[in-house]
Design a binder for this molecule. Structure first.
Ligand code: CUA
Length: 350
């Protein structure tokens, strides 16, 4: 048993090499990537950076193996081509070489061993990261096909757009996410923030994000969960601490009823809308569909299926199936007048 005082830690130095190569390669990789806002090669948050460095090391190792194997193959193909006048009979067949077989068994085992250690270290670093006290806590519940977002400390509920504060290396403000599912398995993946984590029925998973730049980060459900899986998008709005506090305060503001939209409100409260949707301070307390209390503060509807504009809202209320076929909200068979009333009411929810 080797009892050397220094434990074997390839992690730090290897990752440093990978980081240097990354800084050289990343302009090429980033410019070749058509969708930088969802690129794993442009991490903007701690867990995504850690995963990125490990992935670069794996890519470099694979590139090296490809060059060696491809180079030897090309060399053999060119050097030993049949030439005119060659003897066309099969050459003598030689079997077995202990040295070669040992080499191509031991070298891959060593490579896999190193990659396993580095990967295990990265997974442990991400999973065991100690978040500072007072980190923002958010519950994310996956539904077919939308995201319910709950801020238990603030009593705020929203959907599909997660607002969080920006962090910095000096003043850390990470966000802890508790992931749950109301129906089937989903997966939360915003590539620039962190690796993906599944949302499993009857089992809460945890993850954390710590973005270093303000802006809107895009992601999508990454586990096939039914026919509108592709339209289960997530937007993460990263704001300055002041803007985030303002957003929270805004979400908690009491709802003021505008008399002009009273008809739409009354209709909404009379129909089955209230069985599935919640509007704080009203009889609408449903939990099957997204909370609509601050619907108009969100940029999209139907988990990113359409922009939150009057025409799309009207099309959605008239028949959601035209925008998101198979979604669980039925056509409510409303008349054109009723659709207008409901939409006018919904547009006051801000
Ligand atoms: Cu939810 Cu795929």
């Amino acid at each position: 048993m080797n009892t050397a005082r220094k434990p074997f830690r390839p992690h730090a130095s290897l990752l440093r090499v990978a980081a240097v190569v990354a800084s050289l390669l990343s302009p090429c990789i980033a410019s070749a990537d058509p969708s930088p806002v969802t690129s794993i090669f442009k991490p903007l948050s701690a867990p995504a950076e850690m995963v990125y460095e490990t992935s670069l090391l794996a890519l470099l190792v694979c590139a090296g193996i490809f060059l060696v194997v491809g180079g030897l193959l090309a060399y053999a193909v060119i050097k030993f081509r049949a030439k005119p006048g060659d003897d066309q009979r099969e050459p003598p067949q030689i079997y077995g070489s202990n040295q070669l077989e040992l080499a191509w068994t031991v070298i891959p085992i060593l490579i896999v061993f190193v990659l396993t250690l580095v990967t295990a270290r990265t997974i442990a670093d991400v999973q065991n990261a100690k978040l500072p006290d007072g980190a923002l806590q958010v519950r994310v519940v996956g539904h077919q096909w939308w995201w319910e977002i709950i801020y238990p400390e603030h009593g705020v509920v929203t959907a599909n757009e997660l607002h969080i504060p920006v962090s910095s290396r000096e003043q850390r403000r990470p966000t802890a996410l508790k992931l749950e599912s109301a129906d089937v398995a989903h997966s939360f993946w915003v590539p620039q923030l962190a690796g993906k984590t599944d949302l499993i029925p009857n089992h809460a998973n945890k993850m954390w994000v710590e973005p270093y730049a303000t802006g809107t980060y895009l992601g999508n459900c990454a586990e096939f969960c039914g026919n509108q899986h592709a339209q289960m998008r997530i937007r993460v709005v990263v704001e300055s601490p002041e803007d985030f506090a303002k957003w929270i305060a805004d979400q908690k503001r009491p709802v003021v009823m505008d008399p002009v939209v009273r008809a739409g409100h009354d209709l909404f409260m009379r129909t089955a809308c209230v069985n599935c949707h919640r509007v704080a301070g009203t009889v609408a307390v449903g939990v099957f569909g997204p909370d609509l209390t601050r619907l108009m503060t969100r940029a999209t509807i139907a988990a990113g299926a359409a922009p939150n504009k009057t025409e799309h809202l009207r099309a959605w209320v008239r028949d959601p199936q035209t925008i998101k076929p198979g979604c669980l909200m039925p056509n409510m068979q409303l008349t054109a007048v009723e659709v207008d009333q409901i939409v006018s009411y919904l547009q006051t929810l801000k």
